[in-house]
Design a protein around this ligand. Sequence first.
Ligand code: ZN
Length: 386
Amino acid sequence: MFKTFKFLLHAFLFSLCCLASFNASAANIKNIRVANHADDTMRIVIDISEKNGYKVFTLKNPDRLVIDIEKTSFLDSLKPQFANIKYLKNLRFGKMENGVARIVAEVNFPPKVKKDFFLPPQSGFEWRLVVDVENPKASSYSLNNQAQKNKNQNQYRKPLIMIDAGHGGKDSGAISISGYYEKHITLKMAKELRDKLIKSGRYNVMLTRNDDRALALRQRVQMARNAKADIFISIHADSALNSSAKGLSVYTLSEKASDSEAAALAERENKADAVIGMDFSDKPQDVATILIDLVRRDTMNNSSILADYMVAEMKKNVTVLPNTHRFAGFAVLKAPDIPSVLVEIGYLSNRKEELMLRKPEYRAKLAASMLKALDKLFKNHSIIDK
Ligand SMILES: [Zn+2]
């Protein structure tokens, strides 16, 4: 979810050449200090050049306190000071794509914010954002600490990838001119990808379906969430009236489709629920209500990064559509906390592409590209919280 320090360093080196483009009025965080303030309080002080809008909130699993400050950067030489704070496990920081500076305190207990406020410049200090967090009672601390220890033991787990073969059962999906069903090709592709990922030794894999069965779109999302999947990849194959249309495309979620083609495609794919007689579209959005806005934003960022990596890898090997990474409101991409992409692996309505998609060697090529993209994602971005 957050860039690792190593990645930050790379980002910093890269950004040296474009410092001139920085907004001069943006605030800079110069220091982050954490200290015990009275017995029952841990105080976080952020030294910052200007006062900006901010938000403090907490997250679970693992317990974290998050401070987001708008339009703010970190001083390059910033080294937070937080040694010997018993309840603080780690402190991370990173700039998000929307210009928000995010500071994350990983703590050994569910954090409770007592107060947060800005102190105006005085006694040699610039602006200071102060966040006071309640220190837990010793007893609850030791309990949580034990739970944390248990969790730490499997922190080096492999990422879990949930692969979703589109359609299934009486929902056949698109049908090729020669009568070949999308639901069959998506399952074959899903299994090919599963085998490739498992063989790499770097991933655990689950499939939403392993046979020819119908699943509602929301069920697929729920399966990924129940399994605590780290990534969700939905596999589909496209179809168009124009039989010369060809090429692969990768989609991520957006309420606003990138073009009318993408919007029409999302509508077709979302109809799968109606086909199998399970239309949830008028039900309250149970998934939507549980999400934390910011988690969702991170998820969407990571989805986009994965999609871009996939496109970059695919381009080396296979024909892709122009503007290969597209956006649309696919129901199956709506897990708020799991980066999700939908891959349309090609056009079944194109005779040549249909034949290719039916070849195991071609699907192996696609799977290899997807594996490379996942490797890049997990190498460059900490998707799994450690
Ligand atoms: Zn489909």
